[in-house]
Ligand binder design. Structure first.
Ligand code: IMP
Length: 429
């Protein structure tokens, strides 16, 4: 499985697209169309939000698991965009009958809830992700399978709307906009029907047949609802444990975890970010790395690589192999800082603090490493990397005690280095 080791946007889309060549089934386990997985292929750019990035490889099967929140309109527009690009998804793209539905009023509530927060806005993607997960946990939400019986769907939706309307009026003094809602969902049901399946059972069967399965996480470790920088997080388990519950796949059958990190750190939305750069330096990294949200277009906050955070991510997810992306963004950097520890009120911290307020006050301790000041973009062999770049990667791998199996030196598929003699290299076929 592939997880984001930071705050999302690590480049998982490209990594999953690359690895998919060696796997048969690719499955998404949490989140929704808040994710933006950018894949560049044959000069064409795809931003996948719900559909697993593996779909771009002919003959591969892509699954959207029960742990995902599913917006049918977003899904159909993605399917249409893929069809327009000549990618046929029929018979190889499936969504779980147990995935939760997102309704337009979830988006309205997402915005209303953000507006109602005085100071501590989360900076959500406004896709209705949190409100849909809220309904799931409150056991009043509706699932993809329920969309398929129009009569009972309308009845259940009426009940849901009645309850949500009362809540919305009381909390935000605004009625929900539900005009035409039931009709539009019933109309989409016919197009959704052929995609609906029991995806967990599909995965068990595939595993029994010895097929290779790849699980694709969305967002990242520090956005995990339980282990991230709460409350500045997304509403699902983006860490590796989320794959077992989000897919209904036994943890005992998951054999390896690939963590993806950029050569630096970014974050969209609000919340603490200890290794954040001053705006002057951040601006340069943002421009070189094109650090603008794939979904919302928001400029991303940029910072140095944070090994304290990556150590936490490594232990939390059980990362067995690390992928470092966007190494080339540092090609013009004379010196590179790396956060190696945190101090809080003068004392070093041993573990990641649980409170966002404390994390906002920690002072990172930095090590300065020399830059390489030569272009690395599109290099595809490890021994062609400049020595200082290899030293940087070695420093990271040694600190974390994890191999670096893959390095990405640009958005294209072939701008990828597979480090020789690594576990990750041994999975590729
Ligand atoms: P939500 O997932 O829309 O509720 O947003 C909650 C937080 O997660 C916000 O800080 C978002 O910016 C962040 N977030 C959600 N999805 C992504 C993503 O795919 N990449 C990076 N940040 C994300």
């Amino acid at each position: 499985m592939v997880v984001g080791a930071q705050w999302g946007d690590e480049g998982k889309g490209k990594v999953v697209d690359y690895l998919s060549a060696s796997f048969d089934l690719i499955a998404r386990y949490q989140g929704g169309h808040n994710a933006g997985h950018t894949v560049l292929w044959n000069g064409k750019k795809f931003v996948l939000q719900l559909v697993p990035s593996g779909i771009l490889r002919p003959g591969k099967t892509a699954l959207i698991g029960p742990g995902v929140v599913f917006d049918p309109a977003a899904f159909l527009s993605e399917v249409d965009a893929l069809a327009q690009a000549g990618i046929d998804v029929s018979g190889r793209l499936f969504v779980s009958n147990r995935a939760q539905l997102i309704f337009p009023f979830h988006r309205q509530l997402d915005r209303a809830s953000e507006n109602a927060r005085a100071g501590a806005k989360i900076g959500t993607t406004s896709r209705g992700i949190g409100p849909s997960y809220e309904d799931k946990m409150a056991r009043r939400g509706m699932r993809v399978g329920e969309l398929l019986d129009a009569q009972s769907f309308r009845r259940k939706l009426d009940d849901l709307i009645r309850e949500k309307n009362a809540l919305s009026e009381a909390l935000y003094a605004q009625p929900l906009d539900v005009s035409g809602l039931a009709d539009s969902y019933v109309a989409m049901a016919d197009r959704i029907r052929p995609f609906v399946a029991d995806t967990a059972a599909m995965l068990w069967r595939a595993a029994d047949e010895g097929r290779a399965l790849l699980f694709e996480g969305a967002q990242g470790t520090m956005l995990d609802i339980d282990h991230g920088t709460y409350p500045y997080v997304t509403s699902s388990n983006a860490t590796s444990g989320g794959a077992a519950t989000g897919l209904g796949f036994p943890p005992t059958r998951i054999t390896a975890v690939v963590g993806v990190t950029k050569a630096y750190t970014t974050r969209v939305g609000n919340g603490p970010f200890p290794s954040e750069m001053p705006e002057l330096e951040a601006g340069e990294v943002r421009n070189r790395g094109v650090e603008f949200g794939a979904v919302t277009g928001r400029p991303r906050r940029c910072g140095w690589l944070d090994l304290f955070m990556l150590r936490y991510a490594t232990r939390l997810n059980g990362i067995s192999s690390l992928v470092v992306t966007k190494l080339d963004v540092f090609d013009t950097q004379r010196e590179i800082q790396v956060a190696v520890g945190y101090r809080y009120r003068g004392s070093p911290l041993g573990e990641m603090p649980a409170e966002a307020e404390i994390l906002a006050q920690v002072e990172p301790e930095y090590r300065t490493l020399p830059g390489w000041c030569t272009p690395t973009s599109s290099i595809a062999r490890y021994d062609e990397l400049p020595q200082a770049a290899r030293d940087y990667l070695r420093f990271v791998a040694d600190d974390l005690g994890v191999e670096i199996g893959m390095i990405s030196t640009g958005p294209e598929r072939d701008a990828t280095i597979i480090a020789p003699s690594t576990q990750l290299a041994s999975w590729l076929r």
